[in-house]
Design a protein around this ligand. Structure first.
Ligand SMILES: C[S@@+](CC[C@H](N)C(=O)[O-])C[C@H]1O[C@@H](n2cnc3c(N)ncnc32)[C@H](O)[C@@H]1O
Length: 343
């Protein structure tokens, strides 16, 4: 039994066990405060024992004015020895936690995680063992999803498509972590083009550090182990994906370059100009432009329309392939047009 559990954990660890740091969560969540008042938040890939999402919302329950916080755990937590365990390890199984109040129960003058732990301990009904394994697709987790207003988590990347599809199917508000490459997925891009999904406020470049289980191999650049043996890996291309609005996405991108035929060649097989860098989008070109995927980090829906993704625009004669210039295949391009004509 222990052997199997270890193998299962190791199998999952290879792809899915990346734990989000509290600083990463705080840096993003500060842009959305107004969305949370009176709302039920669901963290559905989050063992409260280890998840900083659960900790963030528990600690900020009153500050945000939440109605309820729900977290569901998928199987037992592979991370042991958390510095502030909320439960005894023996209690750990797939379970849900539901919280409707956080108060200073230990009377130390502060409302913090110690109070959350006490609340859970004193009122057993906040912690319920699930029938199944806590899979976000299971009936019991879907029932919790239906009951909630906003889903916030870092879901398993290997299931990102399915995860996103479920959020859309149940018309939920969400703020989740994924990889920038997911924007080019055939089922994700149309959501972006129709402004039903966009990138979040705080991460637009570089990499972010995630905690990983102690048995996780540290063989890539950017890995480290701290003095207590906790392991961390830096991951590139991390982005927040959301359908919660925030002011910065309506800020105008300042355009300074004039269009010239020489500087902005047209694709061989599509009527659009190629723009190498988002900052070099010409201010006076009215037609369709192919821009890098990272355009989405600066995309203001009041300034540009998204027409499509190179590979999947219906009139791409090489449908499924990227555009070429002088026969040479180009990097992935998003097709955009400025709203409202030349400046
Ligand atoms: C990228 S980790 C992030 C964990 C946590 N949300 C955080 O950000 O720290 C994804 C988590 O989803 C869990 N998971 C994997 N498959 C799942 C499933 N089908 N349903 C629910 N959770 C799942 C993994 O065990 C893992 O803990």
């Amino acid at each position: 039994m222990a052997g199997n559990a270890d193998l299962n954990n190791a199998g999952r660890a290879r792809k899915d066990e990346f734990y989000t740091q509290l600083t990463v969560i705080e840096a993003e969540l500060r842009h959305y405060r107004k969305h949370f008042a009176g709302k039920t938040v669901f963290c559905n890939c989050d063992d409260p024992y280890e998840s900083n999402f659960f900790k963030y919302f528990a600690m900020n329950f009153n500050f945000l004015g939440l109605k309820k916080l729900i977290a569901t755990c998928y199987d037992p937590s592979p991370i042991a020895g958390d510095e502030l365990p909320l439960f005894e390890p023996a209690e750990k199984r797939a379970f849900k936690i539901e919280i409707t109040e956080v108060a200073d129960v230990n009377g130390d003058g502060a409302v913090d995680l110690a109070d959350v732990a006490l609340l859970i301990k004193n009122r057993r009904n906040t912690l319920t063992v699930l029938d199944g394994n806590g899979d976000f697709r299971s009936d019991e987790c879907v029932e919790l999803l239906k009951e909630s207003d906003i889903v916030v988590t870092n879901p398993p990347f290997s299931l990102f498509r399915e995860y996103m599809a479920q959020l859309i199917r149940y018309e939920k508000k969400f703020l989740i972590i994924g990889n920038i490459n997911a924007v080019t997925y055939k089922d994700v891009f149309p959501l972006i083009a129709r402004n039903r999904l966009w990138l979040g406020a705080s991460i637009h470049s570089g990499d972010r550090e995630f905690a990983v289980p102690k048995n996780y191999p540290l063989n890539a650049a950017g890995c480290r182990e701290d003095a207590d043996g906790n392991r961390f890996i830096r991951v590139k291309g991390v982005r927040w994906f959301t359908n919660l609005d925030y002011p910065q996405r309506h800020e105008e991108l300042i355009l300074y370059k004039r269009y010239t035929q020489e500087e902005y060649p047209k694709f061989d097989n599509y009527d659009a100009i190629d723009v190498d860098k988002t900052t070099e989008i010409p201010y006076d070109y009215d037609g369709v432009m192919g821009v890098p995927i990272t355009f989405l980090d600066k995309y203001n829906p009041d300034q540009f329309d998204i027409i499509g993704l190179d590979r999947y625009v219906p009139d791409n004669p090489r449908y499924g392939h990227r555009f070429t210039i002088d026969g040479k295949e180009q990097y992935a391009r998003i097709l955009i047009r400025r709203k409202g004509g030349a400046q």
